[in-house]
Design a binder for this molecule. Structure first.
Ligand SMILES: Cc1cc2nc3c(=O)[nH]c(=O)nc-3n(C[C@H](O)[C@H](O)[C@H](O)COP(=O)(O)OP(=O)(O)OC[C@H]3O[C@@H](n4cnc5c(N)ncnc54)[C@H](O)[C@@H]3O)c2cc1C
Length: 475
């Protein structure tokens, strides 16, 4: 199904044109930089594992990035922007070969102010948090991949993370303060997208501009304690998670609220000394002064607090962050032991209904193990299930999806490598800006089916279609 088409360009010549930008043509490195975490999905793995770029460029500044884009425009070179390469749907995989522009050398932290941080797009999320901490701030949210993911990759490919239960997803008003992005033209122009306008670039998978600079909301840093509580029944664990997610900030200002099936917990090898096997886990981060409230909540739902460590204690014990057992790290913990596992992304219709969640768990049986993440969208609690699925074949996966859908759960298919994945409408705001910033359609070709249909239209006409859609993939 993959539309792999190799380029037939003179790559040594392109590399010369790109000078003084550093380029890498060593085939092993180019192949490595052509991959992300699509292999979580056996379906995407079969489709994408033979898709490679031709050359890697590593610009060190906005000017060097602009030079790369100008050369790409003149020579009609397909371009894929790449940060840490931690996306799960092959977003950073070059489907048509071409130039991979890796942004990690554009990593300066430019400004830290009251409630915001302004950085270059290739800055690592963990480095940003490390720079903020001594000033008493942290990012309003960040992905569990903060050690290798870039901020540009997060706003272009991610959607939510640690902090989203308090501060909402990235797309929530105020979370992205400003984005700057370069066009792909003879003389690339830097465009500035303030506040709501940033959604026209956010989560566009690098299709409609090369992000140079990101300004994100920050929040006061608190003395967080990473906690894990065990429960005998998944229903009670989920109900405790929902109660924690719904609690007023003044009672428990948690910045993570995850519920993990005991069968998954058995794969958490690094926690064997801390967490007994056979229990469903509530994984959270709460401020130290609210630990009493958390203990009371855990008691009320019949659970036991097994682990409570602040950052210093965690480092002394040489343990991973608790969020490395949440979000898509939960899947990774299982995949480290057994590559026959995969996952799915499921929207829970009524997050308050623990009975319905428990009934779905029973219905799916032994090959589907649930793991729920709670977030808040504009203050309203939402729940998503990222279950482990023991993969047999695509047909069986479709049956599992149908079981969810038959009871009103929404499947946001994680096994699709185009931005208009299952259940998603084309985002015409994204595509209108693609027309303006990337008129030759060189950025991440093949990742938008809708682009191929509308690329001949003027940007204003594409934008006029926006009333028909606007949703983007979740992750
Ligand atoms: C174990 C695991 C856990 C994860 N947890 C989370 C999570 O908690 N929350 C979440 O949202 N996601 C999560 N993800 C997905 C992913 O890690 C994040 O979205 C991450 O922030 C992506 O950053 P990156 O630098 O790796 O981006 P990449 O994978 O390099 O790129 C992602 C997309 O952004 C584009 N892009 C990159 N840089 C630019 C740029 N400068 N300009 C324009 N486009 C650009 C790429 O072309 C690609 O389409 C997880 C993935 C894994 C494997």
């Amino acid at each position: 199904m993959s539309d792999i088409q190799k380029t037939t360009l003179d790559w040594p010549r392109i590399a010369r044109l790109l000078q003084p930008v550093e380029t890498i043509d060593d085939p092993v490195t180019v192949k490595k930089r052509s991959r992300d975490f699509f292999w979580y999905s056996p379906i995407l793995n079969a489709e994408l594992r033979r898709s490679f770029g031709d050359l890697v460029a590593r610009p060190k500044s906005r000017e060097e990035l602009a030079h790369c884009l100008a050369v790409a425009f003149a020579e009609e070179v397909p371009v894929v922007l790449r940060g840490g390469g931690t996306g799960n749907y092959g977003q950073a995989v070059p489907l048509r070969g071409g130039l991979i522009i890796e942004t990690t050398a554009m990593n300066r932290i430019l400004e830290i102010g009251e409630g915001f941080v302004r950085v270059e797009a290739g800055a690592l999320m963990a480095d940003i948090n490390a720079a903020l901490a001594p000033r008493g701030w942290e990012m309003a949210m960040f992905p569990s991949t903060q050690d290798i993911a870039t901020v540009g990759g997060f706003v272009a490919g991610g959607s939510a993370g640690i902090g989203s239960i308090a501060n909402g997803p990235l797309r929530q008003k105020g979370n992205i303060v400003q984005l700057k992005a370069l066009s792909v033209e003879a003389q690339p122009v830097e465009h500035v997208f303030d506040a709501e306008a940033a959604l026209q670039i956010h989560h566009a998978w690098g299709l409609n501009g090369a992000i140079t600079e990101v300004t994100l909301r920050t929040v006061p840093l608190r003395d967080w304690v990473g906690c894990m509580a065990g429960f005998d029944s998944y229903r009670d664990c989920y109900a405790a998670g929902y109660a924690l997610a719904s609690a007023p900030e003044t009672e428990i200002a948690r910045k993570l609220c995850s519920v993990v099936d005991a069968r998954i917990v058995d794969y958490f090898r690094r926690l064997e000394a801390q967490v007994p096997k056979g229990h469903h886990l509530l994984v959270t981060l709460v401020p130290r002064e609210q630990m009493g409230a958390l203990q009371a909540l855990v008691d009320a739902f019949g659970g036991t607090l097994h682990l409570a460590m602040d950052e210093a204690e965690r480092q002394a014990a040489k343990l991973p962050h608790v969020f490395e057992f949440a979000y898509n790290h939960t899947t990774l913990q299982v995949l480290k032991s057994d590559r026959s596992a995969t996952y799915q992304q499921i929207g829970v219709p009524d997050p308050a209904d623990a009975d319905r969640v428990a009934a779905m768990r029973d219905r799916q049986g032994g090959e589907v193990w649930p793991h729920h993440e709670f977030t808040r969208v504009e203050g309203v609690v939402a729940a998503a299930d990222l279950p482990i699925i023991w993969f047999r074949d695509a047909a069986r996966l479709a049956e599992i999806n149908a079981t969810y859908e038959a009871d009103g759960f929404t499947v946001y298919d994680a096994h699709v490598h185009v931005i208009e994945g299952n259940h998603m409408q084309p985002d015409y705001r994204h595509l209108a800006w693609k027309k303006r910033l990337d008129p030759k359609g060189l950025l991440n070709p093949g990742k938008s089916l809708e682009w191929e249909k509308v690329r001949h239209l003027p940007a204003e006409d594409i934008e006029a279609l926006a009333g028909l859609g606007g949703a983007t993939n979740e992750n």
